[in-house]
Design a protein around this ligand. Structure first.
Ligand code: NAD
Length: 368
C-alpha cells in the first residue's frame, strides 16, 4: 500500500474547523483508494507566534520540507493586526514557507459550478461551465525586485521604487508549468504580459515563444496583453483554458476571475516548486468574524486537498471524485451561510454548517 506523508497546518480563525472536514475526506480516500496518509500536524500564523514566538518555527519548516504535500488552512486575526514587527505577523509565516520551499508556481482555478452560475455578476451563459487555470509566477517580479524602497530626493520630495525584474530562467520554469498543465487540460495557453511597454514583458514573450517552439508545439499558444486579458475575462471568460502570467498581473487577474465564480469560500489554490512538496490552501483568509461558530464553508479547503491529490500525489481519479461530489451537493441544494448571502439560497435548499457540508460531501462520495 502506498503511504504519503502529509503536513497539515490548520492555522488561525476558521482554519481548524474547515481542516476537520478535510481530515474526514482524507479518511475516505484512504479507505477507497488503498493509500495511507501519514499526517503531521503543525502550527503556522498567529497560533504559532503565541506558542513559539514566531509565525513559523524551524521545526515545522523542516518537517514541511519532508512531506509529500502540505495542506494549509488560513492565518491571521485582529489580535495580531497591530503588530508592527512584520516578521512576527501571522502572514510572515506563510511567506517564509513559500520562500523557503521556493514555491514559484501558483495555480488558481477559476471554476464555475453549475449550481452557482446565477451568483455571478455575469450572465449565466457567459459563466456556466467556466474552467480556467491561472498559472501565476509567485517568487519573482515586482514584489521582490531590487532596487526597492522609499527615498528622499535632494530637493526634499520622496520617491517610491519597485523593480520589475525577470530572468530567462525564471520565465522558462513557470512557462513549463503552464504548458504541462495545458497538456492535461484543454491544450491551450494564453500568456499575458505588457510586451508593448515593458522590457521584462518583451523578454517574457520571447522566452515563452522559444520554449513553445522547442518543447511544446502541440499546445496552442497565444500572447495577450495583460490589460486586454482583463477585458476579455469580463467579456468572454470561457475563451480561456490556461492563463500564464507574472506575479503582479497574476495577482490581479486571478482575483478578478475568481470573483466571477461565486463565493470566496469556494476557491482553492496550489503553490508548486521544483520537485519538493506543494502547498495547498484556500484563497480566503481566517474569517475571524465567523470563527468558532461552525458555519464556515469548508469547500475551498476540500478542493485544495483535491488539488494536492492531483498535482502532488498523482491521484487524479480521487481528485475528480471529490470535485464531482462537491458539484453534486451544490446541485442537491446544500448551502453554507456564505453561499446563501451570495444570493444562492432559494426554495428547497438547505442551509448547513461546516460539518453539515462535510457530511453531504462524504455522503455524495459514498454514493458515487
Ligand atoms: P477573509 O477571507 O478572512 O474574510 C472575508 C469575508 O469572507 C468575511 O466576511 C468572511 O467571513 C468570509 N469568508 C472567508 N472565508 C470563508 C469561508 N470559508 N466560509 C464562509 N465565509 C468566509 O478576509 P479578511 O477578513 O480580509 O481577513 C481576515 C484575516 O485573514 C486577516 O488577518 C488577513 O490578514 C488574513 N488573511 C489570510 C490569508 C491566508 O491565510 N492566505 C488570506 C487573506 C487574508
Amino acid at each position: 500500500m502506498t503511504n504519503y506523508s502529509i503536513m497539515i497546518l490548520p492555522g488561525d480563525g476558521i482554519g481548524p474547523e474547515i481542516m476537520a472536514e478535510v481530515r474526514r475526506i482524507m479518511a475516505w480516500v484512504e479507505d477507497v483508494h488503498s493509500v495511507t496518509f501519514d499526517v503531521t500536524d503543525g502550527l503556522i500564523g498567529g497560533c504559532s507566534y503565541e506558542a513559539h514566538g514566531v509565525p513559523l518555527s524551524d521545526e515545522i519548516l523542516a518537517a514541511a520540507r519532508e512531506a509529500d504535500a502540505i495542506i494549509m488552512g488560513c492565518v491571521g486575526g485582529p489580535q495580531w493586526d497591530g503588530k508592527t514587527d512584520y516578521d512576527k505577523r501571522p502572514e510572515a509565516g506563510l511567506l517564509r514557507l513559500r520562500k523557503e520551499l521556493d514555491l514559484f508556481a501558483n495555480l488558481r482555478p477559476a471554476m464555475c459550478f453549475d449550481a452557482l452560475a446565477d451568483a455571478s455578476s455575469l450572465k449565466r451563459e457567459f459563466i456556466a461551465g467556466l474552467d480556467i487555470l491561472f498559472v501565476r509566477e509567485l517568487a519573482g517580479g515586482v514584489y521582490f525586485g531590487e532596487p526597492r524602497g522609499i527615498e528622499t530626493l535632494p530637493g526634499g520630495g520622496r520617491v517610491g521604487i519597485n523593480t520589475q525584474r525577470y530572468s530567462d530562467a525564471e520565465i522558462i520554469r513557470i512557462a513549463r508549468v503552464a504548458f504541462d498543465m495545458a497538456r492535461k487540460r484543454g491544450g491551450r495557453v494564453h500568456s499575458a504580459e505588457k510586451a508593448n511597454v515593458m522590457e521584462s514583458g518583451l523578454l517574457w514573450r520571447e522566452e515563452v515563444s522559444k520554449l513553445h517552439a522547442s518543447d511544446y508545439a502541440d499546445v496552442k499558444l497565444e500572447h495577450i496583453l495583460a490589460d486586454n486579458c482583463a477585458m476579455q475575462l469580463v467579456k468572454n471568460p470561457k475563451q480561456f483554458d490556461v492563463i500564464l502570467t507574472d506575479n503582479l498581473f497574476g495577482d490581479i487577474l486571478s482575483d478578478a476571475a475568481a470573483m466571477l465564480t461565486g463565493s470566496l469560500g469556494m476557491l482553492p489554490s496550489a503553490s508548486l516548486g521544483d520537485g519538493g512538496p506543494g502547498l495547498y490552501e484556500p484563497v480566503h483568509g481566517s474569517a475571524p468574524d465567523i470563527a468558532g461558530r461552525g458555519i464556515a464553508n469548508p469547500i475551498a479547503t476540500i478542493l485544495s486537498f483535491a488539488m494536492a491529490l492531483r498535482y502532488s500525489l498523482g491521484m487524479g481519479a480521487a481528485a475528480d471524485q471529490i470535485e464531482a461530489s462537491v458539484s453534486k451537493v451544490l446541485d442537491q441544494g446544500f448551502r453554507t451561510g456564505d453561499l446563501m448571502q451570495a444570493g444562492l439560497m432559494q426554495d428547497g435548499m438547505q442551509q448547513v454548517g461546516t460539518a453539515g457540508m462535510g457530511d453531504a460531501i462524504l455522503a455524495a462520495l459514498e454514493n458515487n
